[in-house]
Design a protein around this ligand. Structure first.
Ligand code: NAD
Length: 499
């Protein structure tokens, strides 16, 4: 059995806590490795190394730091296939999807090559007699990130690329479900020239998260995962005086208007609902059809597409649309929620229960499900299922559909499919959700824009990547300078105002 490590001080380090978690191959259900779960002593060691290494990294000029980032991007491209394979083996997603996971992280690293531009401060020449005011964006020090299983390459890179570009050290506590790719990323960054101790990976569970939350030398925490844990980390991290941003769960609605191109909408829904087995925070899990006729036409288009979906292991290459879910517990939770849907009166139009893949009977595969006649009081509507289960709600009017997306406790992403520009514009303007697609089912913004939900999908003021990341990972210092020619004789006793 392979024993994974931490990556501390530029070396693979064995766990010393004596606690481990199983890492499964979700396609076969076999335990393929064990990952150490760090205790607070191990975390303390990593933080001490980061504290010692960070000032020298912050002193490297931004352009040289950007060159290391550039080289890191090259190495990610070089090792893309290797990274994707390692990712699929632990996560279960298809190889093209795994390569996309690496690619969307790589793009944020690429964006961070522009750090010298992003870190330029502001300057006011002649703010008063002989007085200039200028601001600097300085690194925070040691920063940390806690990431989910569903994007083990992309989300860590969304955090550590800007943090490191800004001159911080970063401690990553990745998901214990698929820890191999984060370890590979840390190695690659050092191969690119990053000094040891600037990016460390400490594997673990709640114990190591609590060690991060309470450590006085960790200045900021980024978290992505489920909402209950996001709320916990936000509360405890903030009360310990840290800068914290947490991104939580989702229930993304796609509104289908009567004038939408129904083939286009159905294709979009199948990709966005079932891709990655529905384990994306931007997956569409609720289709809201406006009008009964729209719903009937949509369901008619959806059913054959869903029934044709190919579910299988990543080793089947491009012949597979989606793979297994991550663990047996995730599968059991999906099955439980499907049963509540049936019990609470929704109509199961495509029944994915009892899905069986020959040769992979112990894998965590879940067949595709489609529900119709879902109502907003049902558990399958209110709760995040995080599986290949699409629910259809019938709305009588556009206003009713808009209110559903707006009133749901989650507000990560949403989409509208229509040919009516007026309706699309109104929707984008009024819906209470952080990211909106117009005829785009998964509106994940590109690296140079920011990513973030609203309501219970995000806690904190700033989004991920884009310009917000450079704000989150720096603190501003403002200097007011007066040189002798501008100084009047005698002391000043009232508050200075500019003349
Ligand atoms: P999770 O909340 O179970 O775990 C996320 C991280 O928190 C992991 O590193 C885990 O080790 C840690 N953790 C788990 N339990 C903890 C506890 N009790 N105390 C402290 N730390 C704990 O989430 P997951 O299952 O890995 O990921 C799926 C969830 O993430 C879904 O809810 C999904 O919507 C969400 N997600 C959100 C976004 C977003 O940007 N909003 C992106 C991706 C995933």
């Amino acid at each position: 059995m392979q024993e994974l490590t931490h990556y501390i001080g530029g070396a693979h380090v064995k766990g010393t806590s004596g606690r481990f978690a199983d890492v499964f191959n979700p396609a076969t259900g076999e335990v393929q490795a064990k990952v150490p779960l760090a205790n607070s002593d191990e975390m303390d060691k990593a933080v001490a190394i980061a504290v010692a290494a960070q000032p020298a990294w912050a002193a490297v000029n931004p352009q040289r730091r950007a060159r290391v980032m550039m080289k890191f991007v090259d190495l990610l491209n070089r090792d893309m296939d290797k990274l994707a394979e390692a990712l699929s083996r632990e996560h279960g997603k298809t190889l093209p999807d795994a390569a996309g996971d690496v690619q969307r992280g790589l793009e944020v690293a690429e964006y961070c090559i522009g750090a010298p531009q992003m870190l330029k401060g502001e300057f006011t020449d002649g703010a008063g007699p002989g007085i200039d005011i200028y601001s600097m964006k300085q690194a925070l020090g040691v920063t940390a990130g806690i990431t989910p299983f569903n994007f083990p390459a992309m989300i860590p890179m969304w955090m550590f690329a800007p943090a490191i570009a800004c001159g911080n050290a970063f401690i990553l506590k990745p998901s214990e479900r698929d820890p191999s790719v984060p370890l590979m990323l840390a190695e690659l960054f050092e191969e690119a020239g990053l000094p040891k101790g600037i990016l460390q990976v400490v594997n673990g569970d709640k114990d190591s998260v609590d060690a991060i939350l309470d450590h006085p030398d960790i200045m900021s925490i980024g978290f992505v995962g489920s909402t209950p844990i996001a709320e916990y980390i936000y509360g405890r991290g903030c009360s310990n005086g840290k800068r914290v941003q947490c991104f939580g769960g989702a229930k993304n609605h796609m509104i289908i208007m009567p004038d939408a191109d129904m083939d286009q909408a159905a294709d979009a829904l199948v990709g966005a609902g079932y891709g990655a087995a529905g384990e994306r925070c931007m997956a569409i899990s609720v289709a809201v059809a406006v009008g009964n006729d729209t719903a009937d036409r949509l369901i008619e288009k959806l059913v054959p597409r869903i029934e044709a979906l190919k579910v299988g292991p990543y080793t089947s290459g491009n012949d597979v649309d989606y793979g297994p879910v991550v663990t047996a517990a995730a599968k059991a939770n999906i099955e439980r929620l499907v049963q509540t849907g049936i019990d609470q009166g929704a109509k199961l139009v495509v029944d994915g229960r009892n899905f069986n893949l020959q040769g992979y009977e112990n894998g965590f595969f879940v067949g595709p499900h489609l529900f119709d006649n879902v109502t907003t009081d049902m558990d399958i509507y209110t709760q995040e299922i995080f599986g290949p289960v699409l629910t259809t709600v019938r709305a009588e009017t556009y206003e009713e559909a808009l209110a559903m997306a707006t009133d749901h406790e989650y507000g990560n992403g949403t989409a509208i499919f229509t040919r009516d520009g007026d309706a699309a514009r109104d929707f984008a303007s009024r819906v209470q959700v952080g990211m909106v697609g117009i005829n785009v089912p998964i509106p994940v913004p590109l690296a140079y824009h920011t990513f973030g939900g609203w309501k219970k999908s995000a806690f904190g003021d700033l989004n991920q990547h884009g310009p917000d990341a450079f704000k989150f990972y720096t603190k501003t210092k403002t200097v007011t300078a007066r040189w002798p020619s501008g100084i009047k004789e005698g002391g000043e006793f009232s508050i200075p105002v500019m003349e």
